[in-house]
Design a protein around this ligand. Structure first.
Ligand code: GDP
Ligand code: MN
Length: 377
């Protein structure tokens, strides 16, 4: 599994490899509490970010949200940017390349170093072969001190003790995490010592059974970035609703992606056009239902709203409560059509009937009614 830079740097930090302090910014996060000078870095797993425009320095002259927007609009080697890492800017005197991986031919771990790291490492590895060094070592013995001193000399690193700590920490991570690659490019020489400016870590998937919790955490982080890419953070709460604005006149809300997509197809079959699609996601409550309805209501072209609910964990009486609350707020009556089934559906349906909100057993009937309403029939 490939780690994002921010995930790799968290591990570096744990092992005392110096990294810049900073924070992760997702698409809809506010960026106004940040103080320049910073470097903003697109979090993607593809290499060559800098060359693709994915690294931007912010000195405070330009509006940071404009830079963030530019970065979020990038696609780097086909990969969308889901988050940015904002880091304190560092003065770089020199850039070094260092990585640890396996020489599979020789069945040994190997350290690869280059005297001029940075964005052109691939080119200089071709043209400048004498500046790239491969140092194999015995995994049972570890990296010997003379090897560390030899590498430090080749890299013209003066503070060997500082470098020793970094290289030993890299090997510790390599072993502890069953990594197949740890790359620091560049390892920067700064006025205050060495610092890992970038991080690339690949974990061996074959060893995931030994790191169950870690793999789960990394997967969850990846998933949460994906979710955030398509969602709008509502007010100040933590809940997220997936909201996709479209160009038609029927607002659709569902409590599951599958039902939602089926509903979109049905609306299209009946000749209707969807104004927006809103998915409540997972276990939900009356408050989230109310927020979703408010969000859908914002679309100006709206002629009807269709809410489709299949309650497993979700309680239909809760959902009904959110809908009734919304109905109370609604001044210009946009008709709402409900398809409701599942946990506590009898109570939910009764509540809907008491409020004169049409409620259906059949998804097809509800979709047809919403389309007919939008059509003006
Ligand atoms: P990559 O293009 O994906 O490898 O992204 P990196 O994180 O390695 O950054 C690319 C380049 O941006 C580095 O080689 C540096 O030259 C430059 N860079 C990144 N962070 C900083 C910083 O804090 N200060 C300075 N001066 N340059 C930086
Ligand atoms: Mn890099």
């Amino acid at each position: 599994m490939k780690l994002y830079e921010f995930q790799g740097k968290e591990i570096f930090k744990k092992y005392n490899i110096p990294v810049q302090s900073g924070c992760l910014i997702c698409k809809n996060d506010l960026t106004k509490n940040l103080v320049p000078p910073l470097v903003l870095k697109a979090q993607v797993q593809a290499g060559g970010r800098g060359k693709a425009g994915g690294i931007k320095l912010w000195d405070g002259n330009k509006d940071i949200s404009q830079i963030a927007d530019e970065l979020f609009s990038l696609k780097i080697k086909g990969e969308r940017v889901k988050a940015l890492l904002a880091l304190e800017q560092v003065d770089i005197l020199r850039e070094i390349y260092i990585s640890m991986t396996f020489n599979r031919g020789k069945s040994t771990p190997v350290i690869i170093v280059g005297t001029s790291g940075g964005m052109d490492i691939e080119k200089s590895a071709q043209s400048d072969k004498e500046n790239i060094h491969f140092i194999e070592f015995d995994p049972f013995i570890g990296i010997l001190d003379y090897q560390i001193r030899w590498i430090a000399k080749k890299l013209q690193i003066k503070d060997v003790a500082e470098f020793r700590k970094i290289i030993k920490a890299m090997y510790q991570i390599f072993r502890d995490y069953d990594a197949s690659l740890i790359e620091i490019n560049p390892l920067a020489v700064t006025p205050h010592g060495l610092m890992a400016i970038d991080s690339k870590i690949d974990l061996d998937d074959q060893a995931s059974f030994r790191h169950h919790a870690l793999f789960q955490k990394l997967e969850e982080e990846k998933k949460s970035l994906k979710d955030k890419e398509n969602s709008i953070n509502l007010e100040s709460t933590d809940d997220t609703i997936t909201f996709v604005p479209l160009s038609g006149d029927i607002g659709v809300i569902s409590d599951g992606a599958g039902t939602g997509l089926l509903t979109l197809d049905l609306i299209s079959d009946f000749g209707g056009k969807v104004a927006s699609f809103c998915e409540l996601g997972g276990i939900t409550n009356s408050e989230i239902m109310l927020k979703a309805l408010r969000l859908v209501k914002n679309q100006s072209s709206l002629k009807s709203i269709l809410v489709v609910l299949i309650g497993g964990f979700n309680r239909m009486d809760d959902m009904a409560e959110g809908i009734i609350q919304f109905k109370k707020e609604l001044k210009d009556n946009v008709p709402i059509f409900i398809r409701m089934c599942g946990t506590k559906e009898e109570i939910g349906k009764q509540l809907m009937k008491d409020e004169n909100i049409p409620v259906y057993n059949s998804l097809i009937d509800a979709a047809e009614a919403a389309v007919e309403e939008a059509r003006g029939n």
